[in-house]
Design a protein around this ligand. Structure first.
Ligand code: NAP
Length: 284
């Protein structure tokens, strides 16, 4: 029976250190603050904004919310980003994406000041992830995967890691972070041949395809550690990951649940990044 790598335990540890750092900042008269920017009212955006806000409150971090209707124009969103860039009280910005199709995603995300880019959306932040320069912040979900592996003492050095998914939000950055931990990394996508075989060969398998249950029985191996990033809804309307969780329980060494796995840790990483940006703003 596989070990279930619960996110709550990891989040709790991250939060307790973040709370102490927030207290130190407040002693210096700095109140860390996150701006959450949303265009439209998609259920996914509303749910993520709500959980980010809740996690900020738990950690003593303030939140300023900016919401535009789905019909808003590009320059309205640009004005909000400019306001955030020049604000002396906002330390980080969470821009909920994907944006509606009529927005120029590249122009918008790169308009954000890299110092406030706590979710690794700008090219400057991503370059830091790829160069390994440790400048800026990696995307929170990618960083959450590594936090989970480290928390549960999973050795990465020299291990075969396979990432299913190559998006800029998760697949590519998590692959770079794994490489930074000296894993030997393979990135898979829809054109990958023999996907089950490639995955079976992984000692650490990161599932970030966004397809319910595609990582099935034939993808698993004994002692494998599976980090399931996917957030999907199954045919019964239930939240599920990319992995067939029941099959994985029988076949692998350890797996993160969905819900209660990566998502739980992502918001704690987000808050930690805001606190870190606030510290940097006062030279701490
Ligand atoms: P995305 O932009 O749609 O990218 C999906 C990637 O998976 C693509 O690279 C795609 O390959 C690959 N893929 C899709 N189906 C595949 C298949 N059958 N076989 C092999 N590769 C396949 O999605 P994303 O934004 O990276 O998100 C991935 C998942 O993570 C989603 O379920 C999302 O909801 C979830 N998510 C979770 C969190 C969290 O905190 N837990 C945060 C954000 C997102 P191609 O490039 O060839 O198309």
């Amino acid at each position: 029976m596989a070990i279930i790598l619960k996110g709550a335990e990891v989040a709790e540890q991250l939060n307790s250190s973040t709370i102490q750092r927030v207290e130190k900042l407040k002693e210096k008269g700095v109140s860390p603050c996150l701006a959450i920017v949303r265009v439209g009212d998609s259920p996914e955006d509303l749910a993520y904004a709500k959980s980010a806000q809740k996690r900020c409150q738990q950690n003593g971090v303030e939140v300023m919310s900016f919401a535009l209707p789905v019909t808003a124009e590009q320059d309205e969103l640009m004005k909000i980003i400019e306001k955030i860039n020049t604000s002396r009280v906002i330390h980080g910005c969470l821009l909920l994406r994907p944006l509606p199709k009529h927005f120029d995603d590249e122009a918008i995300r790169n308009a954000l000041s890299p110092e406030k880019d706590i979710d690794g959306i700008t090219d400057v932040s991503l370059a830091g992830v790829f160069s390994g320069a440790n400048r800026g912040y990696p995307p929170c979900t990618a960083a959450a995967c590594i936090e989970i592996l480290k928390h549960y003492g999973v050795e990465l050095k020299g291990k075969r890691a396979v990432v299913v998914g190559r998006s800029l939000v998760i697949g590519k950055p998590v692959a770079m972070l794994l490489l930074g931990e000296n894993a030997t990394v393979t990135i898979c996508h829809t054109k990958t041949q023999n996907l089950p075989e490639v995955c079976r060969n992984a000692q650490v398998l990161i599932a970030a395809a966004g397809r319910a249950g595609i990582i099935g029985r034939g993808f698993f191996a004994p002692d494998q550690v599976v980090i399931d990033v996917g957030i999907n809804v199954d045919e019964n309307g239930k939240l599920c990951g990319d992995a067939d969780f029941e099959a994985a329980l029988e076949l692998v060494g350890a797996i993160t649940p969905v819900p209660g796995g990566v998502g739980t840790v992502t918001t704690s990483v987000l808050v930690e990044h805001v606190v870190s940006a606030a510290e940097k703003s006062v030279g701490m």
